[in-house]
Ligand binder design. Structure first.
Ligand code: PEP
Ligand code: MG
Length: 596
């Protein structure tokens, strides 16, 4: 039997071994059928709408299944597909083709799909490529419902298999039963494609970017998938199987240890409590955050809820329901809700046009600036937050603040909303704390002034690093310069912590750097006591925290501030940590599986 070892990209950690099940990619081009008269054309259009309706019903069922099995945070994938089924361009172009050329709808739809593919492909963007695969998935479903094309079903698989595919559509991924599909080896796809996000949530080890495994594998070949290392081995020899079993055991032991750690207190060896909270993007993320041991929500990014809304503007009542649900489900802990951080790379409500005109959207009309321009939209969000404040411990966080004027305007609007609500007889709870994101260098420079205006700070290192070091956080060619341990960042943060301590307001750090152990430990040494992060990483950081002493971290942090480069900071801290707390950094990356 042929042995083969292929390197790909590990996108869902863990190790699995089983027989290959090859997902066939047979797509038959539809035949062109001429229609004879207007009556036939009308019947064809009705047939199209019946197929659209049936597809919608199926997607709603899939959405429900995913919501109940994996969590609602992933069900939005199908919302996007359901919306595509109502897309005027897709429907309009197909109908026009059927009418104008008097052809069958399968053929017209295929033609429209190809024209979309061509336009999107010219954009050469990974995100767009994923969306093409979503459109293809929806159109394939409609074609099946028109009676053309067979969808190979994954339902009813009897034994545990490793699924091998050229590509995996979200519809196919949604059919996967975890009890039968134990690993995924896929030739294409990307880390951010919806099917891979689903695989991660299902905790199925997965490797993508394998190029041509599909053509090399035979049904029933033994396939080993190492989703942590990004490797796939066909028919591994006995010695390798043994080695991988050992590795699998170690990985599973580590996962168990992390989950055990999740329920332990977040406290250092010398008894200092460190608050670890979760960053979420939907109320549906809360159960996972709780499972990971997060004590409250340090950052609810409301942007995605708004962007994914069918109108781009959920009204006050809809938002109130969401915020009240968060407050209720997170109680007795606190929840920090960040107001819309839209604009920049996240375009919404009628601003597409101005976005297109901005030469530098990341420095443009975004976040609090956009909200202060669209006051009605902003007030709806503030009113919803004020109302939900009576349900639990909610706090309001304002993004991208660069000057005192902005926060004063927000305060005035909040007062206005409060007065309106009081006049309407709406019951309000106690005053809701107001905070600002510290994520642009101007906010660092005036941290002492800002600290007197607000109740708390939340440090957004993702943007703060980008703006302080002038390094686009999404640009691969300069990513080597994106250094959380850069002395400019450490000094900025020292200044922010001091400004907050001087007037005794709380500070949380919610950028991705919060979950980088060395960075987090320096911050603790500088006095920070609150972090918020991807929930999957809470147990990892908690484990680190439980293995160190704050008194030693203080000295290490002071020494770190004197190192001239990020690399020297890292070496200096690492050396001292290993000498003082040899267990602290003995972790593997990845966090708890199931975070999506
Ligand atoms: C940040 O900038 O660090 C942050 C938490 O916000 P976002 O990643 O949403 O910009
Ligand atoms: Mg930010």
């Amino acid at each position: 039997m042929r042995q083969l070892r292929l390197k790909g990209l590990g996108v869902s950690p863990g190790i699995a071994m089983g027989r290959a099940f090859i997902l066939e990619q047979t797509e038959v081009a539809p035949a062109k059928v001429a229609l004879s008269d207007a009556a036939e054309v009308d019947e064809e259009i009705q047939r199209f709408h019946r197929a659209l309706h049936k597809s919608r019903e199926q997607l709603l069922t899939l959405k429900e299944r995913i919501a109940s099995e994996v969590g609602g945070e992933h069900a939005y994938i199908f919302d996007a597909q359901i919306l595509m089924l109502q897309d005027e361009l897709l429907i309009g172009k197909t109908e026009t083709k059927v009418r104008a050329e008097k052809v069958n709808v399968e053929w017209a739809l295929q033609d429209v799909k190809e024209s979309f593919d061509e336009i999107f492909r010219a954009l050469e963007d990974a995100y767009i490529a994923d969306r093409i695969s979503d459109i293809g998935d929806v159109i394939r479903r409609v074609q099946v419902n028109l009676g053309h094309q067979q969808l190979q079903s994954l339902e009813g698989l009897q034994e545990k298999v490793v699924l091998v595919a050229r590509d995996l559509t979200p519809s196919q991924a949604a059919q996967i039963e975890k009890s039968h599909v134990i690993g995924l080896a896929i030739d294409t796809a990307s880390r951010t494609s919806h099917s891979i996000i689903l695989a991660r949530s299902l905790k199925i080890p997965a490797v993508i970017a394998l190029h041509d495994l599909y053509f090399k594998v035979r049904n029933d070949d033994l396939v080993l998938v190492d989703g942590t290392e990004g490797e796939v081995v066909l028919n591994p020899p006995a010695a390798m199987i043994k080695e991988y079993f050992n590795k699998k055991q170690k990985y599973e032991d580590y996962q168990k240890e992390l989950l055990k750690c999740a329920v332990l207190p977040s406290v250092t060896l010398d008894g200092v409590s460190i608050l670890l909270q979760a960053n979420i993007e939907s109320a549906l993320d809360i159960p996972f955050a709780v499972r990971c041991g997060a004590e409250g929500i340090g950052l609810f990014r409301t942007d995605y809820m708004i962007l994914n809304h069918e109108t781009g503007d959920p009204g006050e009542s809809e938002q109130y329901e969401v915020y009240a649900e968060v407050a209720r489900n997170v109680a007795p802990h606190s929840s920090v809700i960040r107001t819309a951080d839209l604009g920049g790379d996240k375009v919404t409500f009628g601003d597409q046009a101005s976005y297109a005109r901005e030469n530098n959207p990341i420095l443009g009309l975004r976040a609090v600036r956009l909200c202060l321009k669209h006051r009605d939209f902003f007030k709806r969000q503030l009113r919803a937050l004020l109302r939900a404040g009576s349900v639990g411990d909610l706090r309001i966080l304002i993004p991208m603040v660069s000057g005192i004027g902005e926060i004063r305007q927000v305060k005035r609007l909040l007062e206005e909303c409060q007065a309106e609500l009081a006049a309407e007889g709406v019951p309000l709870g106690k005053r809701i704390p107001l905070g600002v994101m510290i994520e642009v260098p101007a906010a660092v420079a005036i941290a002492d002034l800002l600290a007197r205006e607000v109740d708390f700070f939340s440090i957004g290192t993702n943007d703060l690093i980008q703006h302080t070091l002038a390094v686009d956080r999404d640009n691969d060619s300069v990513s080597y310069l994106y250094e959380p341990l850069h002395p400019a960042i450490l000094r900025s943060l020292e200044r922010v912590l001091k400004a907050a301590a001087d007037v005794d307001i709380r500070v949380n750090l919610c950028g991705e750097a919060a979950s980088e152990p060395i960075f987090a430990l320096i911050m603790i040494g500088l006095g920070l006591r609150e972090f918020s992060m991807n929930p999957a990483l809470v147990p990892v950081i908690k484990r680190v925290i439980r293995a160190v002493r704050v008194d030693a971290l203080r000295d290490i942090a002071i020494g770190a501030l004197e190192r001239p480069t990020a690399q020297e900071v890292e070496e200096y801290v690492l050396e001292r940590l290993v000498a003082r707390f040899p267990d602290a950094l003995m972790t593997v990356p990845g966090g708890v599986q199931g975070g999506g």
